[in-house]
Design a binder for this molecule. Sequence first.
Ligand code: GRG
Length: 296
Amino acid sequence: MNDFEKEMKHMSQIIDNELINYLPQKDTLPLKLYNAMTYSVLSGGKRLRPILVMKSAEFFGLSYEKVIPTACGIEMIHSYSLIHDDLPAMDNDDLRRGKPTCHKKFGEAIALLAGDALLTHAFCAIASNYGIDGILPEAVIDIVREISIAAGGCGMVGGQTADIDTVGKDIDIDTLFYISTHKTGALISVATWAGARLAGASPRDLSLFKDLGDKIGLVFQIVDDILDVKGDESILGKPIGSDLRNHKNTFVSILGLEESLRLVNKLSNEAKDLISDYPNNEFFMNLIEFIANRDH
Ligand code: GRG
């Protein structure tokens, strides 16, 4: 394991340990609901979004420990989105991270409610960033507003709606960009931005980190599409427009594998260029490489 991988592991373990402190107390809600929420949110995962919050705060001189409430809140939103995405009404998945999905384990109604409760409680966690030394109250208001927008109809939920609405239909590349930048990109982007905002970054740096988050989010989604195809040998190599039409619209089904790889390369270079003048850019440079080259 190289130094960057060790750092990612260390940061993800921090989130694994801290999440419990920002979830509701076990004796304050029905046990079944608590069990379903913790089953999903404490079941591992890369913790990419909370790491982005913590590392972007650190990039602008604020200790990552100070933004842990927001980092945990954003992971709760991510966890809710996966629970709902796995439901029979959406992707109808039986497994998530190698374990039965929340609805397979607890039933559909409880899974739906566990997702609802995680989404709502996320804003309790995020609001806990209020009053922490070194963080301006108006920065907390700003991130609550922007995270709500990114998670809601103008962001992730809007992207998911368009995704579901276009399954099996021909869409153009602009529609695919809309779906990806909203369904997946919005939460990744706002996580990158939120740490910077809490750290009091300048308007210029905030705008730059917004762009950085947008590019990271898009690279993440395109690589996800590429990994999907690589994991499904049956559709790899078949002409675009045949069997792939029965699948969801992805970068690979619309652009092809080669062009998708080229786009990953282009966007990750652009992301690196954004921060190349900053002396403390090593972690983000490595992160961009990691996301572009990940194999899971
Ligand atoms: C239900 C409103 C609503 C939204 C769902 C996130 C999402 C939107 C759908 C997930 C579908 C999917 C597999 C998209 C590809 C990109 C993605 C978000 C992968 C999962 O995120 P990771 O890889 O997961 O960060 P881990 O397990 O590491 O937390």
